[in-house]
Design a protein around this ligand. Structure first.
Ligand SMILES: Cc1cc2nc3c(=O)[nH]c(=O)nc-3n(C[C@H](O)[C@H](O)[C@H](O)COP(=O)(O)OP(=O)(O)OC[C@H]3O[C@@H](n4cnc5c(N)ncnc54)[C@H](O)[C@@H]3O)c2cc1C
Length: 395
């Protein structure tokens, strides 16, 4: 098939790569590849420490995606010869005061075997640069990291000239029918396709011909620090800190970069927010005093493509048209799963009903529109959500 992918963030690129390897003719449109949320992302692959109450539908998806990561990375690095910064070192979830430890104890109670409780001094044995204020926490062996910019660079290298630096203005539909037939770029050029995959993050809401989607920007400020040679390695594990209830994370890369993030805000300025950066640096220093000696290499703010329930909007919305967006704060982790599901939907393969129901882009309006077309997804899930969607088994 001739397939057009709109959007070269991590989701669009990985989906395009998967479709290419399945033998399709793929073209990706994006005026500025990897300039959206994927550029900011820390790259934590954290199905355990991302656990949140009330997200029973999301968590099996995160666990499924985490299980796919080693093979996804090995294959990508093998095909391209490029490194992706995938590190399988455990994560430390650490608290400062009694309330922070209580919050982590609740996580331990919920996640049981996935975590091991540690004291403050055990944490400092693993990471000698941690502050004396760190009073305890959890060792989480299965939460890892990748460098999303390197993953994207490898995918871009693989796709080469199939990526066209143009924005899409509209998905074209067949006269008198809902069937998508291709796209029209902002410069007015038409490109035909058998299938269109819209993976444009928040930009999906601004493309004519894409049905209204319940997306909202969830802003995040994030810093990249350079650890001076004299104090390397400052940190070897990813650390997720709670400092008097306020969350901060520190993700150490192999090359001495330390990613420090991230705020979560739904309003305020669209650029970097001063108060957000101030809070991140203050809380990070409480956990790791050496942060104050680092060089600030970059400060960035990007909006996560948020969905109402933090579960992606991935499904067929019309004949010839699949959307893959709404990856919120988990898009990097969900990438291997999203790429495979997106490609399955494009090819008309069956997707497990519980999975397609969980991600149905129409689940909030209760119409389950996509089933009207007899497609592989869209199972009329407004009702499933209203009654509390069942736990999933994705594998
Ligand atoms: C501060 C921060 C930290 C994060 N940390 C993590 C993390 O640790 N782990 C994790 O799993 N996730 C994390 N995330 C979430 C993750 O970044 C997103 O879920 C993921 O990047 C979404 O990818 P995407 O490809 O859907 O969207 P994007 O990366 O936003 O890409 C969308 C692309 O579509 C293009 N586009 C838009 N409109 C058009 C158009 N009309 N025509 C053509 N192209 C168009 C844009 O140029 C852009 O390149 C973080 C996000 C932020 C902001």
């Amino acid at each position: 098939m001739r397939i057009i992918v709109v959007g070269a963030g991590i989701i669009g690129l990985a989906s395009a790569s998967e479709l290419l390897r399945r033998g399709h003719e793929v073209t990706v449109f994006d005026p500025d590849p990897v300039a959206g949320a994927s550029r900011a992302a820390a790259g934590m692959l954290a199905p355990t420490t991302e656990f949140a109450w009330g997200q029973d539908v999301l968590h099996p998806l995160l666990a499924d995606a985490a299980g796919r990561y080693p093979a996804f990375i090995a294959a990508l690095e093998g095909r391209t010869g490029l490194r992706t910064g995938h590190r399988r070192t455990a994560t430390l979830a650490l608290g400062v005061d009694a309330a922070d430890r209580e919050t982590l104890a609740e996580l331990a109670a919920r996640r049981g075997a996935a975590v091991r409780r540690i004291t403050g001094s055990q944490a400092r044995e693993l990471e000698p640069a941690l502050a004396p204020a760190v009073s305890g926490g959890l060792l989480v062996p299965d939460d890892h990291q990748v460098d999303p910019r390197r993953v994207a660079a490898a995918l871009l290298a693989e796709l080469g000239s199939r990526v066209r630096l143009e924005a899409v203005a509209a998905v074209e539909r067949e006269a008198g029918s809902e069937r998508a037939t291709g796209v029209r770029t902002v410069s007015g050029e038409r490109a035909d396709a058998d299938e269109v995959l819209v993976a444009a993050g928040l930009g999906a809401t601004r493309i004519d011909g894409v049905p209204p989607l319940p997306l909202r920007p969830v802003w995040g400020d994030i810093l990249r620090l350079r650890v001076p040679d004299g104090i390397r390695p400052l940190l070897t594990h990813t650390v997720r800190g709670l400092v008097r209830g306020s969350a901060v994370y520190l993700v150490p890369r192999e090359d001495g970069e330390l990613v420090l993030g991230a705020t979560v805000r739904e309003g305020g300025v669209e650029g970097v927010q001063a108060g957000g950066v101030l809070a991140l640096l203050r809380d990070a220093e409480r956990i790791l005093p050496g942060v104050a000696e680092c060089e600030i290499a970059e400060v960035l703010a990007r909006a996560r493509p948020g969905s109402p329930d933090a579960v992606p909007l991935l499904g067929r919305v019309a004949p010839g048209l699949v959307v893959a967006t709404g990856f919120d704060r988990h898009g990097v982790l969900l990438t291997p799963l999203a790429a495979e599901l997106g490609a399955d939907l494009i090819e008309g393969r069956g997707v497990a009903p519980a999975v397609s129901a969980a991600m149905d882009p129409f689940r909030f309006d209760g119409t389950g529109d996509a089933t009207a077309e007899g497609t592989a997804t869209g199972t009329g899930t407004g009702a499933a959500r209203a009654t509390g969607a069942p736990a999933l088994s994705v594998a």
